[in-house]
Structure formats: C-alpha cells, structure tokens
Design a protein around this ligand. Structure first.
Ligand SMILES: *[C@@H]1O[C@H](CO)[C@@H](O)[C@H](O)[C@H]1NC(C)=O
Ligand SMILES: *[C@@H]1O[C@H](CO)[C@@H](O)[C@H](O)[C@H]1NC(C)=O
Ligand SMILES: *[C@@H]1O[C@H](CO)[C@@H](O)[C@H](O)[C@H]1NC(C)=O
Ligand SMILES: *[C@@H]1O[C@H](CO)[C@@H](O)[C@H](O)[C@H]1NC(C)=O
Ligand SMILES: *[C@@H]1O[C@H](CO)[C@@H](O)[C@H](O)[C@H]1NC(C)=O
Ligand SMILES: *[C@@H]1O[C@H](CO)[C@@H](O)[C@H](O)[C@H]1NC(C)=O
Length: 624
C-alpha cells in the first residue's frame, strides 16, 4: 500500500495540470457562406477556473480584437446591441453559461467578409478577447474542381464544393451542361471537421474527344428561395490523334499535279507524317498536312499513309494513288539467230497502267496476244525459213501504245523454188534458171547427167547469181543446142543441207505454134514474108542503125545491125509473139502487189543473145 501514498500526489499534480483552465477559444479558422444565406460560426471558450463569474457575457467584434479601436460590434449580449449593419441579423445561438459562444449571422453580404473575434465578459476586469478568430468568406459561386489532366477514355471526377454552414438553409446541388457525357453519375457527401461543413457533389464520367472544351456547370439552389449560384469549369480533354479526313483512293495520269490532305484532330497538336512504302515524305507539327505532287509519274503509283502521333497515341490511314500511263516501249529479244528445226522463244515485256494488250506480229499478222498482261511469250517449237523476218511487239492501253521490233534470222538448208526451169528459145538456145532460197548463201551447180556435164560458178556458161534477200537466181545458158538435154539438174547446198532439183523445160517455140496452130502459122508466115518484102523495098535506103533502132522500139536491146534482113523480120515477128504472150500473161497475172519484181533488164546483162522473150522471163522472176 505504501506506493499509493507516494504515487497519489504525483497523480494529483498531473490532474491539476490537465484541469487547470486558462483563457482559450475554439472556432473555425475559416468558414464560408453564400451571399444572402446565413452562417453559424461555432464557438466555445474557456477561462481560468479561479474565476467564478456570476454572469457570463460576450461581445463579437468584426475585424479587430481591440475594443479601443472601436471595431464594429457584431453582437453584444449584455445590451443585445449591434452595429447598424449587423442590427437584426445576428444572434448568439450558444449558451454562454455553458461556454458556448456560437453566433449566427443571417442574410450575409460581401461587406461582412472578414475576421470575427469573441470577447468574453465575466464581470469586472475579467474580460478577455481571444486571439483565435474565424475568417468569414462570402461566396457568390460554388467552387468546381477538375483534375489536372483529363484524358479521353479514362474515367474522371469533377467535384463541386458547396459551403454548408447555415442551419436554416440547406443547399441543393445539381450539375448542368452534362449532355453528351458518357456514363455520367453524381455522388454527394458532406465533409466537415465539426466546425465547418462542405457539401461535395462529384460528377463521374468517361470523357471523350467530343468533350474537349465543354463547359460544365454546378448549380446551388436553396429551396424555398430564389437564390441560386452557379460555378463553371471548361474541360481540357487530352486525346490521341484522329484522322478526320483523308483523300479517298485516286486515279490520275502521268504529268498531273495532285495534292492530298490529311486532316488530324488531337489534343495536344500532333506530329503528322506522310509516308509512301515506309519512306517518310513529309512531316509537320500541325493539325493538317498536305502532300503535294507537282508532276506525277508512274513512280508515284502506290499506297500512301498518313500517320499522326502525340503523347497520347498514334494512328494512321492509307490511300492509294493509281497513276495511269501508256505502255512503255516493249523490251524484246535482241535480234535472234536460229537454225531451222530449233525451238525459239520470243519474249516481249512492257509496263503500263492499266496492264496493256500485248501482241506479237509478223507481216501484219498477229501471232500471239495477251490481254492485260505485262509479258507475252511466243514459242515456235520448230523454226523454219518462213519464220525468218521482222517481228513487232505492240503494247496498247487506253492511254497510248508503243512497239518494238526485232529480227529473227533463221539459218536453213536450200530450197529450190518451183519457178526454176529451163527455157528453149526459137534459135535453140537453152537457158536454165535455178532460184534458190537459202541462208546462208547456197552453192549452186547445174548438172546435165547424160553429158557428164557440171557447171558451177567457175564456168563461162554460168551467169552470176542475182539475189534478193535469201533468194538467189543462177542462170545456165547453153548456146545453139542441136539436141536438147533431157534432164537438167540444179543442185544447191549450204552448211545445213543440199537439194537437187530437176528443172522442167519450157519451149517457147513449141508453145507459140501450139497456140496459133499450123495453118495459122503458115498464114502468118506468108503475111510476114510479104510484109518483109515490102519493107525491104521501101526501106532499102535506110541505114543499119535505123533498123536497129526499129528493133529497139520493140524493147529488144541487143540485136546487131549486121544481122540479115530475115533476122530482122524474125525479130519483128518475135516482138509480136511476145506481145501476145505478154497480154496472155497479164490476164493470168496473180496479185502483183505482194511480189517484188526483179527487173533483170536493168542489171548489166552481158549476154548479147538474150532475146526479148527471155527478158520477159527475167521480169517474171518473182520473189516472195
Ligand atoms: C453550442 O450551441 C449550438 C447552438 O445551440 C449547438 O448547436 C452546439 O452543439 C453547441 N456546442 C457545444 C459544444 O455544445
Ligand atoms: C484531296 O482532298 C482535297 C480536299 O478535299 C482536295 O482539294 C484535293 O483535290 C484532293 N486531291 C485529290 C488528288 O483528289
Ligand atoms: C499503322 O497502323 C497499324 C495498325 O494500327 C500499325 O500496325 C502500323 O504499324 C501503322 N503504321 C505506321 C507506319 O505507323
Ligand atoms: C529472249 O529473251 C529472254 C529473256 O531476256 C530469254 O530468256 C530467251 O532465252 C531469249 N530467247 C532467245 C531465243 O534467245
Ligand atoms: C530488221 O531488218 C530490217 C531489214 O531486214 C531492218 O530494216 C531493221 O532495222 C531490222 N531491225 C532490227 C531491230 O534489227
Ligand atoms: C562420166 O564420167 C564418169 C567419171 O568421171 C565416167 O565414169 C562415166 O563413164 C562418164 N559418163 C559419160 C556418159 O561420159
């Protein structure tokens, strides 16, 4: 028990210290009220316990704690008086005897904003003004608070703080201009520290780019009164870029000028870029970016991408530009050389937009074609001499056309053409012509087997070849044949082969007699003899040169003036027969235009025995 006696005085001293009272007051440091409403400032105070007041009074002063300064009296309980601006508006609502100094001020106005001090009057000198005081704020709008950053797509809370310190009037808080807010909801709560109170209304929603710049209102109303107060906040909603507009895919032609727009909406402003095939063409920190192509070429054809980015995201959109252009000059095989029988593949390719119609042509004939292709192949499984020639590759689309040519050269063994034959003239000259088509040039020989006779280029009887393209004609002339050879062979050879061809005979004399018949021949002969006699008589003075010129009018180039008169007659007769033949030929003539006439008469024909008939034959050599 001894410890109690020791510990008790210490305990007592402690109690004394805690319980020992002194001058002190408690009230909110700051308190707010809306204009025209009221405010109750809670207040309590204490005083030293050795004071035993018979009555407790108090005074509230405005803005100054010192009565010597004569501050406005808000309320004085002893006399129930107040400064005129407080008259009838204020009352002490606490029980001063209970140390409750709470005061209520009605119909507050802005001039009442300020510091409020309480002075306790416990009688005699026991008067004390507490330094603790309340700051009264008079509001005319609620305080709306938004977070530092509002990001599109992230839920946000906006609060409206409403002072709620008037016991007689309770505020009603609502939100205005909330149309277009997604998923919005409102929560309300009261927050306070037992001295001052706030009504807090929270508006929750999911912001989007559409809400950027939107003004939200918080409205405070007091039921039963006309009073209402509004506070506003304008939202700054951050959002990732959106490509609002971009050109749709476009078609154009080469040489034009085009511009593409990329219109971007974002907050903050984005970096906007134009790409083509991953290559950055242009960029800028702007809302819109225009890509200009001054002179469009085929290289501009492709997909374009507009991308935009800011710290909140990145987006892109693509568009296509189709550049239409005429096909390019086709690329073809460089000129080809092939040997007969080989397979030849001909390639033609080009580029155009749209893809062109391609065709490979030879001699105005289409050999192969392809529609809407860039490449065409012509395969010739076994090339022959007929495939030799110039080929064209044509490419065409609606924007134009172009072509390329190349030559296919075919090496082939000799071919003896059907027009090769032997001709017997009136005076039993024999002239054999062998026309050979070959590449490379053939070696031509004539053979007369029954005479064991071979004529090559080395012999005098052999007339040097005349040529046209791959066509070579060689002529064998046999003079004054007593007996016609039965068989004349033409042999032609080159690297790739040899052909031996039996030449057929064409006897012009026999032909002529067959046509006019024996009787006719006799008649003509008689006429001619008579005519010849007449001519001799009438023209005996004429010079030799004159007669030769006469003959020359009949296109016979080489008759000698020394010939006998009969010879002249004969030649005249021949000219006539020739005319008959010519006119007959004209009737039977095939379409000449496809042929190239070889006019051998223009060449240096050295054979002086060549008859007009034979000359006509030369003119007949037609070459395909
Ligand atoms: C003071 O008086 C007011 C008004 O009557 C009352 O609301 C408040 O609760 C009192 N305070 C204390 C601490 O008793
Ligand atoms: C792209 O759009 C802009 C604006 O709409 C327009 O002026 C322009 O001509 C368009 N460009 C093309 C190539 O269509
Ligand atoms: C464009 O957007 C797509 C999908 O949104 C993305 O995969 C691609 O990388 C973007 N391209 C560029 C160049 O930004
Ligand atoms: C033509 O050219 C193509 C490609 O350039 C080639 O493959 C082909 O062999 C050529 N044809 C001939 C016959 O040379
Ligand atoms: C093809 O040959 C002809 C004549 O034979 C010539 O005019 C033309 O230039 C040649 N073409 C090529 C592409 O060599
Ligand atoms: C032709 O010549 C060959 C040898 O060169 C000979 O054998 C043959 O008998 C001759 N024929 C004639 C008809 O002369």
């Amino acid at each position: 028990m001894a410890w109690r006696w020791i510990s008790l005085p210490i305990f007592f001293i402690l109690i004394q210290g805690v319980l020992s009272r002194h001058w002190a007051a408690w009230m909110p440091q700051s308190i707010s009220a809306f204009k025209e409403t009221c405010v109750a400032i809670p207040c309590s105070f204490d005083y030293p316990e050795d004071i035993r007041p018979s009555a407790v009074h108090g005074v509230w002063y405005f803005n100054s704690p010192y009565p010597k300064n004569f501050p406005p009296v808000v309320y004085k309980t002893k006399t129930s008086s107040a400064h005129e601006i407080y008259m009838g508006r204020t009352k002490v609502i606490g029980d001063l005897q209970q140390s409750n100094c709470s005061i209520q001020i009605d119909r507050v106005s802005s001039e009442l904003q300020g510091k409020y001090y309480f002075r306790a009057d416990l009688g005699g000198y026991n008067q004390y003004t507490f330094s603790e005081h309340a700051n009264l704020y008079i509001l005319d709008e609620p305080f709306v608070v938004q977070p530092q950053e509002i990001i599109s797509g992230t839920e946000v809370e906006i609060t409206c703080l409403v002072a709620d310190n008037c016991p007689d009037m309770k505020p009603e808080v609502s939100w205005t201009d909330v149309e277009g807010l997604e998923h919005h909801s409102v929560f309300a709560r009261l927050e306070g520290d037992n001295l001052s109170w706030k009504h807090i209304s929270t508006l929750k929603f999911l912001p989007s780019h559409k809400n950027n710049g939107q003004r939200l209102g918080c409205k405070v109303a007091y039921p039963g009164t006309e009073l209402d107060y509004k506070g506003f906040v304008t939202m700054d909603v951050k959002y990732s870029p959106r490509i609002v507009d971009i050109n749709s895919s476009t078609e154009t032609t080469e040489g034009t000028q085009v511009a593409f727009m990329c219109i971007v909406d974002s907050n903050p402003v984005s970096r906007v870029m134009w790409y083509k095939d991953d290559a950055l063409l242009k960029e800028d920190y702007t809302g819109n970016l225009t890509l200009e192509l001054e002179y469009v070429t085929y290289m501009h054809d492709g997909m374009y991408l507009c991308a935009a980015e800011n710290e909140f995201g990145r987006t892109n959109r693509t568009m296509g530009l189709a550049v239409m252009y005429a096909p390019w000059k086709p690329s073809v095989n460089a000129s080809l050389v092939a040997v007969e029988g080989e397979m030849v593949t001909i390639f033609c390719n080009t580029q155009g937009n749209p893809d062109p119609i391609l065709s490979i042509m030879k001699d105005k004939q289409i050999l192969n074609s392809a529609v809407f292709e860039n490449e065409l192949v012509l395969e010739i499984p076994k090339v022959t001499h007929e495939h030799d020639g110039e080929y064209w590759c044509l490419a065409e689309n609606q924007y134009g056309h172009s072509n390329s040519s190349f030559n296919l050269t075919v090496a082939f063994s000799p071919l003896v053409l059907p027009e090769s034959k032997c001709t017997v003239t009136k005076d039993n000259h024999v002239q054999c012509m062998c026309t050979v088509k070959s590449n490379p040039d053939p070696y031509i020989m004539f053979e007369i087997p029954e005479r064991n006779f071979t004529v090559s280029e080395l012999n005098a009887e052999f007339v040097h070849s005349q040529r046209n393209g791959y066509m070579v004609s060689s002529i064998l002339t046999l003079q004054k044949e007593e007996e016609l050879p039965k068989v004349v062979l033409c042999s032609a050879s080159n690297l790739y082969g040899k052909k031996i061809h039996e030449l057929s005979f064409q006897d012009t004399n026999r032909l002529l007699w067959a046509k006019i018949g024996p009787v006719g021949a006799v008649v003509i002969f008689v006429i001619l003899v008579a005519f010849g006699g007449y001519m001799i008589k009438t023209r005996e003075k004429k010079t030799v040169t004159e007669s030769s010129s006469f003959i020359q009018t009949e296109t016979s180039p080489s008759y000698s003036g020394e010939k006998k008169k009969l010879g002249k007659l004969e030649s005249h007769f021949l000219s006539l027969s020739e005319r008959i033949l010519l006119s007959k030929r004209k009737q039977h003539k095939p379409v000449d235009s496809e042929y190239a006439n070889i006019d051998f008469s223009k060449q240096n024909v050295t054979d002086i025995y060549t008859s007009p008939e034979e000359l006509t034959e030369y003119a007949e050599i037609r070459v395909k």
